[in-house]
Design a protein around this ligand. Structure first.
Ligand SMILES: [Zn+2]
Length: 99
């Protein structure tokens, strides 16, 4: 079971810090989050193959807004205009640990 986030903090426009209920902290950059976007425009729903090229993410990408989706995910508005991704907490936990 993945832990639940206790706090989600935009430490600056390009970083989000997660504090988890197991006491660990992880940090993900806007670029990492944009590169792992799981929405249907970025990942083929049937094959799971990534259609979005992470190399196309601008190096100065920031997030403009972060919102909770129910109690299981967050959604992000990026400065490249993309905002359709829903990031479930377990995915954020796994990526944060690998980062
Ligand atoms: Zn996407």
């Amino acid at each position: 079971m993945a832990p639940q986030p206790r706090t989600i903090t935009r430490t600056d426009p390009s970083r989000i810090e997660f504090e988890w209920d197991n006491g660990e902290k992880t940090v993900l950059s806007a670029i990492e989050l944009r590169s792992m976007c799981p929405c249907a425009a970025c990942v083929d729903e049937l094959s799971g193959v990534r259609r979005h090229n992470p190399a196309s993410v601008p190096p100065d990408l920031v997030h403009r807004d972060v919102r909770l989706v129910g109690n299981y995910a967050i959604t992000l508005m990026f400065s490249d205009g993309h905002s359709t991704g829903i990031y479930p907490f377990p995915m954020l936990w796994e990526h944060g640990r690998r980062a």
